[in-house]
Design a protein around this ligand. Structure first.
Ligand SMILES: C[S@@+](CC[C@H](N)C(=O)[O-])C[C@H]1O[C@@H](n2cnc3c(N)ncnc32)[C@H](O)[C@@H]1O
Length: 208
């Protein structure tokens, strides 16, 4: 059973005029996500509080240009952000066929002309254009994620990763990869405090 939308007033303020599209996406994911193997059995009941609201908190950090979301899975955060920021172009990079089928069908069903989906792993990403920003959530630890994503960003582009409570430990463990990728301005931002049920921790850095 899909969650009754948590914090509807907060959701409406974060999505603005795009809230009905977000509701449409959440309804479809809540109803079909488990059967399609996109989300676990516990997730429909906490779709808004744990997933949708957390992802949309990233929207104000994005700038006009091309954002690549690596390992989009069910569309978290790629489709959520594609809905919230129609002024930004998104490339969702996902290797699993079933998930790619879902991402493409939702992109078409929701009429997201600013979103395209590539079936690939980040390290084999086939496009030529370099990204202004790269997002990822729950794909791997920073020490593995940085080497496969930093080469996808333009000089001056940003890595913007959603991370869990142990981001501090991950940062320490990734010191070598941060140096090798020549990242600067490395920071951890906490978003949504006092606004949403679960805060979002974001690793952000600029690629030289
Ligand atoms: C745990 S899921 C998370 C999905 C989604 N980002 C979320 O937060 O619900 C990890 C996703 O990353 C994808 N993935 C794993 N390795 C990858 C790689 N090297 N490049 C791109 N995607 C990858 C997987 O296929 C999977 O869909």
């Amino acid at each position: 059973m899909a969650e009754v939308e948590a914090e509807p007033a907060v959701a409406a303020s974060l999505f603005g005029e795009r809230i009905e599209v977000a509701r449409d996406f959440a309804r479809e994911l809540g109803e079909r996500g488990e059967e399609l193997g996109l989300i676990g059995p516990l997730e429909p009941a906490r779709l808004w509080s744990r997933h949708i609201l957390n992802c949309v908190l990233l929207a104000p950090l994005l700038r006009p240009g091309v954002v690549g979301d690596i390992g989009s899975g069910a569309g978290l955060p790629g489709l959520v952000l594609g809905i919230a920021r129609p002024d930004v172009d998104f490339v969702l990079v996902e290797p699993m066929e079933r998930r790619v089928d879902w991402l493409r069908s939702e992109t078409a069903r929701l009429g997201l002309g600013n979103v395209r989906v590539e079936r690939a792993r980040a390290e084999d990403a086939p496009w030529v254009e370099r990204l202004d920003q790269v997002t990822a959530r729950a794909v791997s630890s920073l020490s593995k994620l940085i080497p496969i994503t930093a080469p996808l960003a333009k000089p001056g582009g940003e890595l913007v990763f959603m991370k869990g409570e142990r981001v501090g430990d991950e940062l320490v463990a990734a010191a070598k990869q941060i140096r090798a990728a020549r990242l600067r301005g490395v920071e951890v931002i906490v978003l949504g405090e006092g606004i949403v049920p679960e805060v979002t921790r974001v690793f952000r850095a600029t690629v030289d």
